[in-house]
Design a protein around this ligand. Structure first.
Ligand code: COA
Ligand code: AMP
Length: 626
C-alpha cells in the first residue's frame, strides 16, 4: 500500500480537472490552457504548445544542452553514439528545415517508414516542431499495409531508409516503399531516402530524394521555429489493428499527450533529469513513440534507442550489457523478449556476470506477463518486475503499480492497479458490474485521461463504437477481473485481436487474406499458445469442393498472409481441413479450435452443426504434432 498512490488516485477521480491542471505545469505552454478539460474540445482547451520545444529547446534554454538526450546503441551495426540535447536539437532542426523546404507545414502528414536509427527520432521531432502530423509505420508491415496507411493519412512526404537490420537479416525498405506507392491511390509528393552503408538503395524516381543531398541543399536554411499548436491538434497518427482489414488510425493530441507522459515518467517510472530510461521496443509501436522518443525527452532524461534483438545481437546478454553500459535506471520490455532470453540462457549466466548496473525496476507490457517469466526474472535479477497494461488507444499505462509513488504491490498474473486518471470497472453483458473475482469486459470511465485518443483519423464513427456498448464507458476490448484486493487481471481479448511477440495483430484481417486465395471455401485463423511469442496465428482452411489442395497450397496460404500483412504476421501452420466447427447458425467455434491446437481438454458443444468435425480436426492437429 502506498499513501502517495492512494492520494493521487483519489484526487484524479474526484477532481480530475484540478489533478491534471497541476500536472500540466510540467509543460511549457505558449499560451496556457483556460481550464483542464471541456467535453467538446478535450484536454487543456485554449492551450497552445509545441511538443518538440518541450522535448528539446526548453532543456537547452535551461542550460542543460550538454546533458545526454539520446543514446543510439546498435549491436546490429556495432555503433554507439550519444547526442546531447544541443546536438539532438541541431539534428532535428536540420530535418525540420528539410521538410519545410519540401513544403511540409502545420497539419500536413508525413509517413515515416524507417528502422531504429537516430534519423527516425529526428524526423518525428522535426514533424512535431513544424506542427506536421507524423505517422510512423512499423518496418515489419508489408507494402500493402503501408499503402493502406498512405491512402488513409494522405501524406505529402514519405521518409524512409535504405534498409533495416533485424538480427542477422538486412531488410531492404526501399523496394517495399516502391511497391506500396504503386499500390496506393494517393500521390505522395516526395520520398526521401536515408542511405545506410549496410545496404544502399537506388534513388532514381522523379519524386525521390537522397536524405544527405537534401540536408546539404538546405544546410543554409534557418532552423524553423517551433510552431505553436492547439492542445487538441494532432501530434501523430498511429495505425493499429482493429477487427477489420482496415487499420485504425489512432490520433494523438499534442497537449494531453505531453502532460500525461511527463506525469507518467515522474510517478510511474521514476525518471527525470539526469536519469536514463530504456524502452526496448520499436518506434513503430506506441511504446516506441511514447517511451523511446517523447516521454524521456519531455522530462529532460536520457533515452536509449536500441537497434537489436534480445537474443542473437550478439547473445542473450545484450539487454543486461546495454542496461549496465548506459546506467539505465528503469527498463521496459515485452515478456516475449524475456522468454527469448530465458530460452537461450536459462540459468541467467549472462545476467550473473554482467549484472543490472543502476537499474531499479523492470516494467513489462504488450501482452500478459506470465507468472513464470516474472518469477524467473525477479529471482535472477533481484529487481522488481512490474507488469503493466496499456493500449495504442490510450498512449500510456492505465494499469500498473506506480513504482515511483512507492507502490510496489505486485501479484503475478495481474497488471496491477488503476493508474491515477483511469477509473476501471468490469461489466457483464448487460452492463452491470460483476463481483470481485468474476470475469467480464474491462472498461474505463469516460472521459479518458489526457493522452488517450479522442478520435480515429477519418473515422470518428469507428472511435465512437468503443463507447457504444456500455454507456459512459470505454470498452477496452480486453476481458479480465478485479480481485478482492483490487488487483486488475487482464486475461485476453474479447475480439479477434492477438498478440504475437508483443505485436498486435488481427486474426480477422488474416482471415480476409486467406479467404481471398484461389481455392479457399472458408477459413478460420486463431491465436495458439506459444512458449516464446505468447501467441502465434494458425489457420484452418477448407478448400472448395473439387479443388486440388496439394502440399503447395498450404505454403501459398502462409506466403499470402506474410506478403499482404507482413513478416511479423507469419502463420505458423495452415491446416487443410474438411470442415470447420460451427454452430447451427453458422458461427465458427473459435474457442474450440483454440483448445484443439493448444492440446487442451474439449467437449463437443451441444450447439454444434456437425459433431464429427472436432474429432476430425483433433486428428489433423495430432498427426502434425506427432
Ligand atoms: N522491420 C522489418 N522486419 C521486421 C521488423 C522490422 N522492424 N521486426 C520484425 N521483422 C521481421 C523479422 O525479421 C522476422 O522475419 P523472418 O520471419 O523473415 O525472420 C519477422 O518479422 C518476425 O519477427 P519477430 O516477431 O520479431 O520474431 P523473431 O523471431 O525475429 O524474434 C523475438 C523473436 C521474441 C526475439 C522478438 O519478437 C522480440 O524481440 N520481441 C519483443 C517485441 C517487443 O519488444 N515488442 C514490444 C511491443 S511493446
Ligand atoms: P497495443 O495497442 O499494441 O499496445 O496492444 C494493446 C493490447 O495488448 C491490450 O488491449 C491487451 O490485449 C494487450 N496487453 C498489453 N499489455 C498487456 C498486459 N500487461 N497484460 C495483458 N495484456 C496486455
Amino acid at each position: 500500500m502506498s499513501e502517495a498512490y492512494d492520494l493521487a488516485f483519489r484526487e484524479s477521480v474526484q477532481d480530475p480537472e484540478q489533478f491534471w491542471a497541476k500536472a500540466a505545469q510540467a509543460i511549457d505552454w505558449v499560451s496556457p490552457p483556460a481550464r483542464a478539460y471541456a467535453p467538446d474540445t478535450g484536454w487543456f482547451p485554449g492551450g497552445t504548445l509545441n511538443t518538440c520545444d518541450n522535448c528539446l529547446d526548453r532543456h537547452v534554454a535551461a542550460g542543460r544542452g550538454e546533458a545526454p538526450a539520446l543514446i543510439y546503441d546498435s549491436p546490429a551495426t556495432g555503433t554507439i553514439r550519444t547526442y546531447s540535447y544541443t546536438q539532438l536539437l541541431e539534428q532535428t532542426g536540420r530535418v525540420a528545415a528539410m521538410l519545410a523546404a519540401l513544403g511540409v507545414g502545420q497539419g500536413d502528414r508525413v509517413i515515416i517508414y524507417m528502422p531504429m536509427i537516430p534519423e527516425t527520432v529526428f524526423a518525428m521531432l522535426a514533424c512535431a516542431r513544424l506542427g506536421a502530423i507524423h505517422s510512423v509505420v512499423f518496418g515489419g508491415f508489408a507494402p500493402l499495409e503501408l499503402a493502406k496507411r498512405i491512402d488513409d493519412a494522405t501524406p505529402k512526404v514519405l521518409l524512409t531508409a535504405s534498409c533495416g537490420i533485424e538480427g542477422a537479416r538486412t531488410i531492404a525498405y526501399k523496394p517495399m516503399v516502391d511497391e506500396a506507392l504503386q499500390l496506393a491511390h494517393h500521390q505522395i509528393e516526395r520520398v526521401v531516402v536515408c542511405q545506410r552503408d549496410t545496404l544502399r538503395a537506388a534513388i532514381d524516381g522523379p519524386k525521390e530524394l537522397d536524405w544527405e543531398t537534401l540536408r546539404a541543399a538546405t544546410a543554409g536554411d534557418p532552423v524553423p521555429a517551433p510552431v505553436p499548436v492547439a492542445s487538441s491538434d494532432p501530434l501523430y497518427i498511429l495505425y493499429t489493428s482493429g477487427t477489420t482489414g482496415t487499420p485504425k488510425g489512432v490520433v494523438r493530441e499534442n497537449g494531453g499527450h505531453a502532460v500525461a507522459l511527463a506525469w507518467s515518467m515522474k510517478n510511474i517510472y521514476g525518471i527525470g533529469e539526469g536519469a536514463t530510461f530504456w524502452a526496448a521496443s520499436d518506434v513503430g509501436w506506441v511504446v516506441g513513440h511514447s517511451y523511446i522518443v517523447y516521454a524521456p525527452l519531455l522530462v529532460g532524461a536520457t533515452t536509449v534507442l536500441f537497434e537489436g534483438k534480445p537474443v542473437g545481437t550478439p547473445d542473450a546478454g545484450t539487454f543486461w550489457r546495454t542496461i549496465a553500459r548506459h546506467g539505465v535506471k528503469t527498463f521496459f520490455t515485452a515478456p516475449t523478449a524475456i522468454r527469448a532470453i530465458r530460452k537461450e540462457d536459462p540459468d541467467a549466466t549472462f545476467l550473473a556476470e554482467i549484472g543490472t548496473g543502476k537499474c531499479e525496476a523492470v516494467f513489462l507490457a504488450g501482452e500478459r506477463a506470465d507468472p513464470a517469466t516474472i518469477g524467473w526474472l525477479e529471482e535472477k535479477s533481484g529487481l522488481p518486475v512490474i507488469d503493466h497494461w496499456w493500449q495504442t488507444e490510450l498512449g500510456w499505462p492505465a494499469i500498473a503499480s506506480c513504482f515511483a509513488l512507492g507502490d510496489l504491490r505486485r501479484k503475478r498474473g495481474s497488471a496491477g492497479f488503476p493508474v491515477p486518471g483511469f477509473a476501471f470497472a468490469v461489466l457483464d453483458e448487460s452492463g452491470q458490474p460483476v463481483e470481485p473475482g468474476h470475469s467480464g469486459a474491462v472498461v474505463i470511465r469516460e472521459p479518458l485521461a489526457p493522452g488517450a485518443f479522442r478520435t480515429l483519423w477519418n473515422n470518428h464513427a469507428g472511435y465512437a463504437k468503443n463507447f457504444a456498448t456500455f454507456e459512459g464507458w470505454y470498452e477496452t476490448g480486453d476481458a479480465g477481473f478485479i480481485d478482492d484486493e483490487g488487483f486488475v487481471h487482464i486475461m485476453g481479448r474479447t475480439d479477434d485481436i492477438i498478440n504475437v511477440a508483443g505485436h498486435r495483430l488481427s486474426t480477422g484481417q488474416m482471415e480476409q487474406i486467406v479467404a481471398g486465395i484461389e481455392g479457399v471455401a472458408e477459413c478460420a485463423v486463431i491465436g495458439a499458445d506459444d512458449a516464446i511469442k505468447g501467441m502465434v496465428p494458425i489457420a484452418f482452411v477448407v478448400p472448395r469442393t473439387g479443388f486440388d489442395a496439394d502440399a503447395a497450397f498450404e505454403k501459398r496460404v502462409i506466403a499470402a498472409v506474410r506478403a499482404e500483412l507482413g513478416a511479423v504476421a507469419a502463420l505458423k501452420t495452415a491446416y487443410i481441413a474438411t470442415g470447420l466447427p460451427k454452430t447451427r447458425s453458422g458461427k465458427i467455434l473459435r474457442n474450440l479450435l483454440r483448445k484443439i491446437v493448444n492440446g487442451e481438454q474439449w467437449v463437443t458443444p451441444p450447439t454444434i452443426d456437425d459433431p464429427a468435425v472436432p474429432a476430425a480436426l483433433q486428428a489433423l492437429v495430432g498427426v502434425r504434432e506427432a
